[in-house]
Design a protein around this ligand. Structure first.
Ligand code: FEO
Length: 615
């Protein structure tokens, strides 16, 4: 039975997904399968853009037949000759002998290598910026050599502003019904596979990808149709930014990745000690990989993500440990650049691994290899902890820090001056899988009206920050002047890493994006979808498009100054007040005795959730 997706009035996805394949290109483990995308346009002429891997050819031909509905196939545009997209060209020609093959001269040569059918009689050769008009649509062809083979070209439909991007913008992962990137949780569930696909398949060819990105920058693009993974029609700028990082070998995160090779655990222990010391210095999100356990394609991908890399290897056969040697060579072959690297070695009688790793990494452009190399013999000893400390300190010192203050004693910066800003106060909420969390912020602002666009600055130490970075989605509940102090305690004085802030909260509501908003003590909420992130050192500035906004009450907004004047308790007032405080939201019932059937007017919790204020 055919399985297609209608994308526009005249464009169909006719590809297929594969979930049985263990190794893509017989090299890269697939955890979530892979899709082979093919697109069929029903213009005055019919146009097929690439074919599929032979493993899914049965379904593919059913799809093509169904969408053609008896029409003949006029054109096949061949963008890439790798067999995962070209293996079925031979059978396609047998089924549709009338078709014209549109490709470039390099593709023709490769087709002659793979197939023996009469190619030249049905060939229409194209070169850079040649066009093909098929009726309402006109395709312009852009050469993209080495993204990922030398013959690769991409096709731009000037009518619909659709870029058929070949392997570029592709990702591992089968399509599970959802065709578009905005129909899945791409940032949380697909990005790692997209990065692993890019870095391993075309990571070596960053210069060539940059050339393609420069050409694409001159095009107005409404939709990107890659040959693997979801189609992009929203958030294109966000994914382009990822590609710019990867193609220019620019780290995405100021972060440390430790890759270690250990036989009996002594080297692994040293890696753990280093990671703990980095954490004590304040380095967050350290990632560790045992190179004998994790396939190198995953670690290579992580090396493209992080700014600081540590390689720790035992010495084996007078060289690096075999799995470390494989990883190091893989990194060098993929041209990684612009990293800070630290090395540690183990060797019970003749350690050599660090020197060999250094010699390999010296081949990389613009990488700093730290001098603080540590050598251990069999196991780390107390006397060597200072060496590990020095390495951790050197890594920490080389990581970016917030810019120093620019003010001087002559022109002091008084903290209270900032209280005169007319800030509002907000509960910022996020959801990741089944985990909900929220925090208090005062740094939200509307940026533009058309489209509705806002910004929020969020401290990197907040768990909500990390959730938004991973999901790209949040709600902002605008607090009103009736918000009690307890609400600030609940969301602002404890971390979502330690407590579930929503475990006992009743009367909450979810917006259309699935994230909680506060229905009480607020006068409105807005839902945001992140389109851009700016690293501000201690904070990240998220710029987001508004996807929903609702008015909840007519109460005035809580300002920063109102909070300090009227909500935040004065030290003396805390002890003078008599009554009962709601442990959930902070509402205070004034009176000596709390009625047993009392219900909190704010969060609707019963008397059992109140406690007596201290006398
Ligand atoms: Fe998906 Fe380079 O082939």
């Amino acid at each position: 039975m055919y399985c297609v997706r209608k994308m526009t009035e005249d464009l169909y996805w006719v590809g297929a997904s594969e979930r049985r394949l263990n190794l893509f290109e017989n090299a890269y483990p697939l955890t979530n399968g892979v899709s082979y995308n093919s697109y069929l346009l029903l213009d005055e002429k019919t146009v097929l853009i690439d074919t599929v891997d032979k493993s899914v050819s049965g379904l593919f031909f059913e799809n093509v037949d169904h969408v053609l509905g008896g029409r003949k196939l006029d054109y096949l545009i061949v963008q890439h000759m790798e067999p995962d997209h070209a293996a079925t060209i031979g059978e396609l020609v047998l089924r549709h002998p009338e078709l014209t093959i549109v490709c470039n001269a390099k593709t023709r040569t490769m087709m002659q290598n793979f197939f023996t059918f009469d190619i030249d009689s049905r060939l229409q050769l194209v070169k850079e910026m040649d066009t093909l008009t098929t009726g309402r649509h006109t395709f312009a062809f852009v050469m993209a050599p080495m993204v990922h083979w030398p013959e690769v070209m991409v096709s731009y439909d000037t009518t619909t502003k659709t870029l058929y991007s070949a392997d570029a913008f592709g990702t591992f992962g089968a399509l599970n019904g959802n065709l578009y990137a905005d129909e899945v949780n791409f940032r949380t569930e697909w990005l790692a596979d997209a990065r692993r696909y890019y870095t391993n398949i075309v990571g070596k060819y960053g210069t060539q990808v940059q050339t393609l990105l420069k050409k694409a920058a001159g095009l107005e693009i409404e939709m990107i149709c890659p040959l693997h993974g979801p189609v992009w029609r929203k958030d294109i700028a966000w994914f382009l930014d990822k590609y710019i990082h990867w193609a220019t070998y620019t780290p995405e995160d100021d972060a440390v990745v430790i890759a270690y090779a250990s036989v009996y655990g002594g080297t692994e222990n040293a890696a753990n000690v280093l990671a703990a010391k980095l954490s004590e210095l304040g380095v967050r999100n350290v990632q560790m990989y045992d190179v004998s356990v994790t396939h190198p394609s995953y670690i290579l991908s992580e090396c493209f993500r992080a700014s600081h890399l540590v390689f720790i290897s035992t010495t084996y056969n007078a060289g690096m440990f075999v799995t470390m040697e494989n990883l190091v060579h893989d990194i060098v072959h993929h041209n990684l650049q612009n990293r800070t690297i630290a090395l540690m070695e183990n060797g019970s009688w003749a350690p050599t691994a660090a020197g060999l790793m250094r010699a390999e990494f010296q081949k990389l452009k613009n990488c700093t290899i730290l001098d603080e190399t540590v050598t251990i013999k069999s196991t780390l000893k107390e006397a060597q902890l200072a060496d590990v400390d020095a390495m951790a300190q050197a890594i920490y010192d080389s990581m970016p820090k917030p810019a120093p203050a620019v003010h001087t004693a002559d022109a002091p910066v008084e903290k209270n001056a900032f209280f005169s800003f007319s800030y509002g106060l907000f509960v910022l909420t996020a959801r990741e899988g089944e985990k909900d969390n929220g925090c208090i912020i005062n740094t939200a602002a509307q940026l533009t009206d058309t489209p509705k666009r806002i910004s929020i600055a969020v401290n990197k130490a907040n768990y909500t920050h990390d959730m938004i970075r991973r999901t790209g989605v949040f709600n902002l509940s605008m607090l009103s002047t009736d918000a009690p102090f307890g609400l600030f305690q609940h969301y602002g004085f404890q971390s979502g890493r330690d407590v579930d802030k929503f475990a006992d909260v009743k009367g909450m509501a979810r917006a259309t994006n699935g994230v909680y908003y506060l229905p009480y003590s607020t006068n409105a909420f807005v839902s945001g979808k992140v389109t851009q992130e700016i690293d501000l050192g201690t904070h990240t500035l998220f710029i987001a498009d508004v996807t929903e906004a609702r008015v909840l009450s007519g109460a005035p907004s809580m300002t920063y100054s109102f909070y300090f004047a009227n909500v935040k308790p004065k030290p003396a007032a805390l002890t003078k007040q008599t009554g009962w405080v709601c442990k959930i939201c902070g509402y205070v019932y004034e009176g000596e005795t709390l009625p047993a059937d009392f219900i909190c007017p704010l969060c609707k919790h019963g008397a059992e959730d109140f406690e007596k204020l201290p006398d």
